[in-house]
Design a protein around this ligand. Structure first.
Ligand code: ADP
Length: 461
């Protein structure tokens, strides 16, 4: 890739509806921020265009200023500018109140609001005289950028730009995604295995010639156990045992769990069907049976699932109050303490385009226990079964995994994981050290994206 990186810097503009940490709902928000930072670190120019939600956490925006205002779509649109994690962000605030609704998603006119945002973003680029090389849009929510650009803007002043579209999750808005797949110059999804899993989907199948699976990374500065305000003792792989012991104690204390040296399974997730709810429940009971502790941090967009877990929490907090805690909320600081304080992070997803929790787990020296699907398959290599497959990636095995989507599957991986903890702490600790030393950052994948950006431009010229 060396030659490519030396070519002149590209100007890349992301148009997205999530961005960590100010407007994050799931992995999409993490990826917009961390991919942009990695590409910017390679000396390219990156801007992000985001709706100005009334629920933005502005304390994380530096140099926040009014930039300009313009009229489009029957309303005035105020544009604000600021820096988030060192990235330049333009915030669009239509005065029709589309983003004054207290949340990112969950209104019954989400498609209309985001469609308006996409169009307004392209209009802003045109009216402000931007000439980006790449416009990168994400999932159904900014999919309209792809066709609005080709139909309305490609011929009027923004002609240089190529459109790259990334599928973070095909489950939502497949018909938007199908159209963006058709109109974009290049398309990606977030792991090689997920790209194969969805290759036959009618939204994807006609576009395989321009479709690539590139694994997500995590930002090692944003997720850094050596520099993390939410954990008690900074640590690297050199003092992982000491650092994790202190974090486990702090976690137990904070949640009122028994202060003891027990295997601790952490689960950090949106509680939806995708994430394997029945497997999560089963794993909680199995862990308790094996004398371990369980901490679940999760929130459910569906109130029936939220109620269901609230009932389970009530039951567990009375029958196993020393060993189980279910925190049914979204809590970024607590997530850091769980990543650090857990021995295992369980990710039993039914499907998982990439998954970031298993990568963050490893960064904090926690061992992933996962179902073999999508990006989980590409990043977790079973200590008992995947030595050869790991070696093809230049890696040592780093976790426990299972097939199937039933209780027997989870048991198979979880029982081996917990036994490994009980059977030999030195061996287990060396596994923690090993996973911390693996590189799950954007170092490699950012180069793959740059190659793709360049390929998009070459194809056009
Ligand atoms: P998805 O995008 O499908 O939700 P990912 O694994 O790609 O799944 O990303 C999930 C991200 O959201 C991770 O950064 C994870 O730490 C975070 N997360 C999920 N649930 C919670 C929660 N309840 N509190 C805090 N962070 C959470």
């Amino acid at each position: 890739f060396g030659g490519i990186v030396k070519e002149s810097p590209l100007h890349i503009i992301h148009i997205a509806v999530e961005m960590a940490p100010i407007a994050k709902v799931g992995g999409l928000g993490d990826v917009v921020t961390s991919l942009s930072r990695a590409v910017q670190d390679l000396s390219h120019n990156v801007d992000i265009i985001l709706p100005k939600y009334d629920c933005l956490n502005l304390s994380n925006v530096k140099d926040f200023n009014f930039h300009k205002s313009y009229f489009w779509g029957g309303t005035e649109i105020k544009v604000w500018h600021g820096k988030v994690e060192g990235l330049s962000v333009y915030f669009l605030e239509p005065q029709n109140g589309f983003f004054w609704v207290g949340c990112v998603y969950g209104r019954n006119n989400d498609a209309e609001r985001f469609g308006f945002f996409c169009h307004a973003a392209l209009e802003f680029l045109l009216q402000s005289g931007f000439h980006p090389d790449i416009i990168h849009c994400h999932d159904w929510s900014s999919a309209p950028v792809a066709w609005l650009f080709k139909e309305n803007y490609a011929h009027y002043g923004l002609s240089k730009a190529q459109v790259v579209f990334t599928i973070h999750n095909l489950e939502f808005g497949a018909h938007f995604i199908a159209k963006a797949m058709k109109y974009s110059d290049k398309a990606t999804t977030v792991s090689p295995t997920y790209s194969r899993e969805i290759a036959g989907h009618p939204a994807v199948a006609p576009n395989l010639h321009k479709f690539h699976g590139i694994i997500n990374g995590i930002d090692p500065d944003i997720w850094d156990p050596y520099n993390d305000n939410f954990i008690p003792v900074p640590y690297t792989s050199e003092n992982v045992v000491e650092g994790k012991r202190a974090a486990k104690q702090a976690l137990q204390e904070r949640l009122g769990l028994k202060q003891a040296d027990l295997p601790l399974v952490g689960i950090i997730t949106r509680l939806t069907h995708q994430k394997g709810i029945h497997l999560i429940k089963h794993a909680i009971w199995r862990t308790l049976e094996r004398g371990g502790q369980v901490v679940l941090l999760g929130s459910a967009p569906d109130h029936r699932i939220q109620n269901d877990f609230q009932n389970l929490a009530n039951q567990l907090h009375s029958s196993h109050s020393d060993h189980a805690r279910l925190c049914l909320s979204y809590d970024e600081p607590l997530s850091h303490l769980i990543y650090a304080g857990a021995d295992f992070i369980l990710v039993p997803s039914i499907f998982e385009p990439c998954g970031l929790t298993q990568l963050t787990a490893m960064r904090y020296g926690s061992i992933p226990v996962v179902r073999k699907t999508g990006g989980l398959y590409d990043t977790v290599f079973d200590v008992d079964h995947d030595k050869d497959r790991a070696q093809t990636q230049g890696l040592e095995p780093n976790g426990f995994s299972f097939d199937g989507a039933d209780a027997g599957g989870v048991d198979y991986a979880l029982n081996r994981a917990i036994s490994a903890w009980y059977d030999g702490r030195d061996l287990f600790n060396s596994l923690c050290k090993r996973v911390m030393e693996q590189d799950w950052s954007w170092n490699r994948p950012a180069l793959d994206y740059l190659e793709l950006y360049h390929a998009a431009r070459k194809a056009a010229s």
